[in-house]
Design a binder for this molecule. Structure first.
Ligand code: ATP
Ligand code: MG
Length: 575
């Protein structure tokens, strides 16, 4: 597969529109925006929106604003603002100028609401929330006009002023656009544009007790910022007529235009801030950055790279057709981005002790090897044979590492089977020879079992002539990884599976999230790793031979306690 992030020009219906608009001089320069509500952390779905909005600006020499759509103070928090900024930068994007906030425009939005009242395009409704809901009708039934709909402009101005001055309690009054209670589009049945909410706001404090609705604030924020292409997901298609209504009624000459694309859905992945927040609030995960979370913070801690995520978004593309993307494609992109850049290391996740009875005798002969393709050094007591190997076999410029080989080593329990099933290719009583990666050919002489018949140790020999050479007179199939038992370092390794086994976790109700979590989503094992990993730093990524890609955990890793998270396995499940 080619790498679409390299050189190829991207093409999709939005880019076609932008290209045409620039060619026809409809706009000299495009302006887009990424408009998150700071009511949670960003997730994989937002990555798609970020790639699209910032990507368009980058590709077409335009600007992309970061604007917080902060019109609902009850759900929002400064913590979310800070983390969203951090996540956007981590992905490699930067916004034009300062960060914008819809709340910066509250005074202006209020003035425009007054203008709408004066034009006879808005009125204060004093019906109860239940009455408003009831009188809105439904798809089968037209709505009923509010008794307050035809109040005079003067009355409406006075009531709106009272709303602003705190004379109403929450829910006692709303400002509504006056459009059409019989419209087949429910969004045009006199939508609410302002509500009373006696709440402090993370940006404006207690300056306001009325807050604009998203559908009113959003188009106007776009217009204020000179946004040309306001890109959002398909569920807002039915909101576009109101978007256009607002822009037109306020009288903007240069009008932003809204375009809708299909949201990103990936099987097994939950992309709803509300549900992700529930997982955090109920301690079902360790936090927003739990490596199992599909949040940017979680994926980052899991070891995913920005390049991997960008590559994934490019492969998914932008369209108007809703669909579900296979999770394996995400892992494919993540793996692809790690393949050539990560250093190799050996780690044994389920250690089984192997005693090499002819170790001293064999390594004493290391000097007499005909073609010692492996650089070696024997320590002064002849207990350790240091094997020098490149850190990254794809890229020797990364330097070399020394791997200690000793008389006792660990191999993985799964690499020996006393009663092998058909086709088993690793060690067994009938297939007793195998190559130790970077080292000698090993031959199992005896398996020691405990009272339950479980193999607890293997007694083995090595063929002294096989370091860097093929054995003579026979073929040895298979290579396994190993770690010195005396020099290896204990490490905690965390293995992950999907947080939800369900294809579509969006279908799981908020209350049932707990019982639907995959009990195997996290497995912690006590592993042994090669000592070169003592030099790792939090955030460093490695390919553990035969086990996958791993990252030194950003929070829990220290020289005293090595902790690695599995980023992704080696096997490609993508078809
Ligand atoms: P959630 O339902 O998780 O709260 P949201 O759409 O309410 O998501 P916002 O903070 O309003 O979250 O989203 C910011 C931008 O990201 C919006 O333009 C929205 O359309 C886009 N976005 C959100 N989810 C997805 C998704 N799954 N795929 C593509 N874009 C998305
Ligand atoms: Mg939203």
């Amino acid at each position: 597969m080619t790498n679409p992030t390299e050189n190829t020009e991207k093409n999709d219906f939005i880019r076609t529109i932008v290209r045409d608009d620039l060619a026809n001089n409809k706009h000299e320069k495009i302006v887009t925006r990424f408009p998150p509500e700071p009511n949670g952390y960003l997730h994989l779905g937002h990555v798609k929106s970020i790639c699209l909005n910032f990507g368009l600006a980058k590709e077409f020499g335009g600007l992309c604003n970061l604007r917080f759509d902060d019109t609902n103070p009850n759900a929002e928090d400064q913590e979310y603002v800070d983390n969203i900024k951090d996540d956007v930068r981590w992905l490699g994007f930067d916004w034009a100028g300062d960060v914008h906030y819809a709340s910066n425009y509250f005074a202006q939005l209020y003035q425009w609401a007054v203008q709408l009242i004066e034009q006879g395009d808005a009125y204060v409704d004093l019906q109860t929330p239940e009455q408003i809901r009831e009188n809105r009708g439904n798809f089968a039934k037209v709505g009923k006009n509010s008794p307050y709909r035809d109040a005079s402009v003067a009355e409406n101005l006075a009531r709106f002023d009272d709303m602003k001055n705190g004379k109403f309690n929450n829910g006692e009054a709303v400002l509504r656009a006056k459009i059409d209670m019989a419209s087949p589009n429910m969004n045009l049945r006199d939508p609410v544009i302002y509500r009373v909410m006696h709440s402090s706001h993370h940006q404006t404090g207690d300056a306001w007790c009325i807050y604009p609705m998203y559908d009113y604030a959003h188009p106007l924020s776009d217009a204020i910022e000179g946004v040309t292409h306001s890109v959002c997901t398909l569920e807002f298609e039915d909101h576009r007529p109101f978007y256009d209504w607002v822009i037109e009624k306020i009288g903007f000459k240069k009008q932003p235009h809204q375009y809708e694309f299909a949201r990103l859905n990936v099987n097994h992945i939950l992309t709803s801030k509300r549900k992700l927040k529930k997982l955090v609030d109920d301690n079902l995960v360790t936090g927003w950055d739990d490596p199992r979370m599909p949040t940017i913070a979680g994926m980052r801690r899991r070891g995913y790279t920005p390049q991997g995520l960008l590559d994934f978004c490019d492969r998914v593309g932008v369209s108007k057709a809703d669909g579900v993307v296979d999770f394996n494609l995400l892992e494919f992109s993540i793996r692809n981005a790690l393949e050539d850049t990560t250093n190799r290391a050996m780690a044994v996740l389920n250690p089984l002790k192997v005693t090499i009875v002819n170790f001293n005798e064999a390594v004493a002969k290391v000097e007499i090897l005909k073609k010692p393709t492996v650089k070696t050094r024997l320590d002064k007591d002849n207990n350790i044979l240091w094997l020098t190997q490149p850190k990254n076999s794809h890229d020797e410029s990364q330097g070399m590492r020394d791997i200690p080989f000793t008389a006792t080593i660990f191999i993985d329990k799964n690499d020996y089977n006393q009663n092998p099933p058909n086709g088993y290719k690793r060690l067994s009583p009938t297939n007793s020879e195998i190559r130790l990666r970077n080292s000698y050919v090993l031959k199992i002489e005896q398996a020691i079992t405990d009272d339950n018949g479980e193999v607890v140790e293997l007694i083995a020999t090595i063929d002294p002539k096989t370091l860097g050479n093929n054995p003579e007179g026979r073929k040895v199939k298979g290579v396994i990884h190993w770690v010195s038992a005396s020099c290896g370092i204990p490490a905690t390794v965390r293995l992950y599976e999907q947080l939800f086994n369900q294809e579509d976790p969006a279908k799981v109700d908020l209350e049932n999230l707990a019982q639907e979590i995959n009990p195997n989503s996290l497995t912690t094992v006590n592993a042994v790793v090669e000592p070169s990993l003592l030099h790792a730093s939090p955030g460093d990524r490695f390919q553990f031979e035969r086990e996958g890609f791993f990252v030194a955990d950003c929070q829990d890793f220290s020289k005293e306690h090595l902790v690695f998270n599995r980023i992704v396995g080696l096997k490609d499940g993508f078809k």
